[in-house]
Design a protein around this ligand. Sequence first.
Ligand SMILES: *Cc1c(COP(=O)(O)O)cnc(C)c1O
Length: 398
Amino acid sequence: MSPASSSLHPLSPPRRLLMGPGPSNIHPRVYRALGMDVVGHLDPEFLAVMDRIQDRLRQVFQTENPMTISVSGTGSAGMEAALVNLIEEGEEYIVGMNGVFGMRMSEVIRRRGATVHPIEKEWGEIITLEEVQKAIEDHPKSSGLCLVHAETSTGAHQPLEEIGRLTQERDLLFIVDAVTSFAGAELKIDDWSIDACYSGTQKCLSCPPGLAPLTLSPRAMEKVRNRKSPIDSWYLDLTLIDNYWAEGKRAYHHTAPISMNYAIHEALALVLEEGLEQRFERHRLNSKAMVSGLEAMGFSMSISDASQRLPMLNPVSIPEGIPDAEVRKRLLEQFNIEIGAGLGAFSGKIWRIGLMGESSKQEHVIFFLAALESVLNDLKIQGDFSGGVSAANSVYSS
Ligand SMILES: *Cc1c(COP(=O)(O)O)cnc(C)c1O
């Protein structure tokens, strides 16, 4: 053995239980798909894979939109694709600002030379229909409204249906970040009049990070095709990308990440085999059991109204006297469990317990509650933490 090769570490990542804000755990079928033979990106076999991906994405997005694809890149590439294609310099957009991801949308909009009219709310709160109405009246020249369906930084679940109807009546584009809700909670692109929506693969789809499901309505694509100025990105230019995805065209633009598209193809099959309604119900039930368990241990959720809380990302307040980082470190080292820390304003104040896709399972909820109890007892935290598992179990048996 040469001296150099003896220092090459073999790759051996641990097998974690991923209960943070994403990535979530991966189904063995998705791992197998990733290892399948790579073919050319214009191979007829791969073109058939792309057709099926589009068909499956439309089913999960609940849309007929022809422009429905997996963008090469993570959820943020989906965001950037939606925004850079639609937004022109000098336009105005209303943006819901109640967490990290609304702030990111406004950052992209500003960089494109457009004006942002924020609807600012406390972190953890949702944006109401009345607040959207008022913003539209205050800023009548706005071209669109941007909202985050599942605000992963806070756990807030934004209602969209009535707001969608309003944007339709006022002829505003409705742009939605569904990175965390896609395939984990109800999301109806056509019924809710959403014009552009993006997601990512590593949240409720339970695929590795690397692609961004994206859909644009015909009305949105008309705006993209009739822009006054060229699209500010060549790589994310949807008119060029459409020449590759659209049947009968198939012109080379960039090489599709073949293996990741195999993975999403399989992950979408798993979603549709389970059934959308069943999958959403599973996420609701496991969240309910998790919340019952945490409350029985004396914790409280940082969003008190259960109807405004996400089922796949459970935000719990960290009580005074519990060392945030030490608890997370012990969960990881002793139990191989990853949970999410608070982001930004919530740093040190909340934990974000993800129950996304493959991670959303009864055995994970029970194991987590038992592990948390053990860690808190080891740390000699005052309190009785013994009621979590049985409270969760009674949700499952009721
Ligand atoms: C994770 C996330 C993103 C960003 O996705 P990346 O895959 O990290 O690029 C955007 N919006 C929300 C709501 C998210 O949870």
